[in-house]
Design a protein around this ligand. Structure first.
Ligand SMILES: *Cc1c(COP(=O)(O)O)cnc(C)c1O
Length: 350
């Protein structure tokens, strides 16, 4: 029986017999081939669908590690700043092991599904009048002064857990892909994948390393612009971050892999988001679609021309059900008619 990623990859993770494993059977997510995106880009495109983790995002990979290590230390309270998914995940894992969870969120900037998750798992949610970066500064301050565990991705155990997604990709494909495309917010995840690929390469489980392709939203693209963005904006709230915590290691992943960190507009993100749902049957949240928007942009610029037929894995970081409000903005309201077969047939066009 699958028992979660710490159980599966224990030998590559900083855990011991003394670590109480707090797990919801996270990880082991599918790698879905996309014939349509492959045709569009000239590559073999695979989607790493992280929305199928227990709380609906890849954050669970890091959280099983961060909460297990907090429990090992005897922590009673954990705290995080969140654009939504970190709080949903922290709240669930804290509930599972009886810890208190405090979350700071930017007021009014959180998708409804994520807020509902944090609340139903009984986290204490405090909305601040400020953005994510302000919230993270406050959490760093509080956790430095009080015996509270910080479970944002600056917690190194988060990165350790998240690197297992790269392990799964290598095991599914039999090697690392040629390219790995990923949305970039705080840049913890691109850091984690790069670490995971390097570890499996060093162990000769992969014969090569991928080129890392990171994508920020154009309204919050500090790494691309090479300066802090004071007032980031984008429809993709999960990557609405002006001063990424793992900035340096994201740049290192880009440069060491001969990759690219680029930006995509909200329009490009929403196009990719709809295309994934309507063309591939895969529903992710807007931020997740930045990886696909990114490879479509690079394909248009002929970036892939020397690499046709190579493999690219796009991480889809979170589930579409997290953010029903944005989905409903892209579609027409359903029509309402009488419960009459003639009218129904006419509507269908029969
Ligand atoms: C957290 C998150 C991201 C950004 O990941 P980073 O590690 O902060 O770069 C992207 N998409 C979703 C859905 C997320 O929850």
């Amino acid at each position: 029986m699958y028992q979660g990623l710490i159980h599966r990859y224990r030998q590559y993770l900083p855990v011991s017999d003394k670590t109480p494993i707090v797990s919801l059977s996270e990880g082991n997510t599918p790698l879905i081939f996309s014939p349509k995106l492959s045709e569009k880009t000239g590559l073999k495109v695979y989607l790493k669908y992280e929305g199928l983790n227990p709380t609906g995002s890849f954050k669970d990979r890091g959280m099983t590690m961060a909460i297990s290590k907090a429990a090992e230390k005897g922590a009673k309270i954990v705290m995080c700043a969140s654009t939504g998914n970190t709080s949903a995940s922290a709240a669930a894992y804290a509930a599972r092991c009886g810890m208190k969870c405090c979350v700071l969120i930017p007021n009014g900037n959180i998708a409804m599904g994520k807020l509902a998750q944090a609340m139903i798992h009984h986290a204490q949610v405090i909305a601040i009048e400020g953005n994510f970066d302000n919230a993270l500064d406050l959490v760093k301050d509080v956790t430095a002064k009080y015996p509270i565990e910080l479970v944002n991705s600056i917690n190194p155990f988060r990165i350790e857990g998240q690197k297992t997604a790269a392990f799964e990709v290598v095991e599914d494909l039999g090697d690392a892909p040629f390219f790995h495309a990923i949305p970039v917010g705080n840049a913890g995840n691109i850091t984690a994948y790069w670490k995971g690929y390097n570890e499996f390469f060093a162990l000769k489980k992969a014969k090569r390393l991928p080129k890392m392709l990171g994508f920020q939203a154009a309204g919050s693209a500090p790494i691309v612009l090479d300066h802090v963005v004071e007032d980031p904006h984008t429809v993709a709230t999960a990557i609405k971050i002006g001063n990424p915590a793992s900035w340096k290691s994201a740049v290192a992943a880009r440069d060491d892999s001969n990759g690219v960190i680029d930006m995509v507009t909200d329009e490009e993100i929403m196009m990719a988001y709809e295309l994934l749902a309507s063309g591939d049957g895969v529903f992710c949240e807007p931020a997740s679609a930045a990886s696909v928007a990114g490879i479509l942009k690079l394909a248009e610029q002929k970036y892939f021309k020397p690499f046709l037929g190579e493999t690219v894995v796009c991480t889809l970081t979170g589930h579409g059900l997290k953010d029903p409000t944005n989905a409903m903005k892209c579609v027409k309201e359903p029509c309402v008619v009488k419960a009459d077969i003639k009218i129904i047939l006419k509507e269908i066009g029969l």
